[in-house]
Design a protein around this ligand. Sequence first.
Ligand code: NAD
Length: 542
Amino acid sequence: MGKGFFQVPTAINEPIKSYAPGSSEREAVLEQYKTYFNGNVDVPMYIGSKEVRTGNTKPMSPPHDHKHIVGTYHTADKKNVQAAIDNCLESRNAWANLAWEQRAAIFLKAAELIAGPYRAKINASTMIAQSKNIHQAEIDAACELIDFLRFNVEYMSQIYAEQPDSAEGIWNRVEYRPLEGFVYAITPFNFTAIAGNLPASAAMMGNVVVWKPSDSQIFSAKVIVDIFKEAGLPDGVINVVYGDPVMITNTILASPDFAGIHFTGSTHVFKELWKQIGNNIHTYKTYPKIVGETGGKDFILAHPTANTKQVATAISRGAFEFQGQKCSAASRVYLPKSTSKEILEYVKADIESFNKPGSPEDMSNFITAVIHEGSFDKLVKYINQAKEDENAEIYAGGSFDKSIGYFIEPTVIVTTDPKYTTMETELFGPVVTIYVYDDKDWKETLQLIDGTSEYALTGAVLSNDRYAIEEATKALQNCAGNFYINDKPTGAVVGQQPFGGARASGTNDKAGSAQNLLRWVSPRLIKETFVTPVDYRYPFLG
Ligand code: NAD
């Protein structure tokens, strides 16, 4: 700590730019998009001070134009992963002992770099890597990542200020030590902000990190690395490796210095990681912290009193924005019979008003591509299955085409079986399944929602009846870590709606909150006694 109790700048949410026709931000991002699209970047791994190029490369292609190559990245072998661990451990002492305000300054600077000179780059790279339209890129890669960095600095300073009382003659102090070892950050494809936040939040609290981004996000992950470098993050604090997730993970989890995992991705992978950590528990010097945010089967429940246009809009935005590839995306919907026809017609009209799925470079496109062929094929399988099944029908959409990009038309399945496979399984695409309930079965429907899915990430209830809202809020208490009233279940904002789910959806450590940062420290209590006793006898012995 320097010589002062420093106050960090008050965190504010980054305003979302409009990218309206004629705006300077629109021009800048489209120009950057063209440069990246026509370029051929060679992305190294970052291990200590070195840019590591193994020659074992893989191509990177935009999901909306999968035959077009925008660059390559180098993949790790076991030696590279070990070097990343070694570099963490070599850098740990200096980083852990650096005054917190210096760490804060690095990440605050990173936030300002994204807000200014890197904004077009991080957005354009996200449009290309993850096929986000400009609005989706802006709210993720620019605004949410800026918010994570700014708010986490504020939370860090609040954590450090949290101190115990001291009785007369003593002084109790808590220091919030980083974990003894290194943290492993594994990030998903779908949010550039999560990719930046998972390694950064642990590093901000004084930890050293090995970061493994998703293969499908490396093009935008590189921009994050460039930003951290320019912000002055010392070499070796965040070491970045790409490639075979199993080999990388096996190497990392075998290290006695593995001290924590910061994971976001699918439930199955997280459960396997947890098991592997448990199996290796005798190897570790310390009990590793396990933080994981995983899958969801997020619901919308409409009460018969809900405004039908509002419900339809919550579905169209909540289920289809970013092609339904948000962990919070609505994917099962419960509509009352009395208003279902009207709501469904509005949703169909919305879908018909979208352009055909296309490139995000064409800014009139609301829907772009899904992330890769594996995802495309999985979605097609479920859509074709619904076409066959007697208890399901494709109400809207249902077409697909992967000849140029992985394009899936936003699709509405209506089922008569509330436990139909697509009411339960996370598909992670622009497919929503609707179950119509009898108005008189409102209470049973609440129970149905509670018992239908292993997940508990997000959910929404829409109603104009306050008693019904109260009833749903109580009955669905354990169904969602983020619960929305008269809104769609997506779009959590850092500093306002800390995000995370329970049950199979994760450890609910709320990204973008002090709760999450507390997982990356191991507090040490220091008690100092000013006049130390010199006689063991207590008065009662007299
Ligand atoms: P994914 O599980 O396929 O991959 C996530 C990360 O894990 C990637 O870096 C991947 O390379 C790595 N990985 C894959 N197999 C692994 C293995 N065997 N060992 C170690 N690492 C492995 O997920 P995805 O497709 O990138 O992302 C979509 C999933 O993430 C969805 O299930 C979604 O719900 C979830 N998600 C959850 C949240 C949340 O906050 N709850 C946020 C975003 C995404």
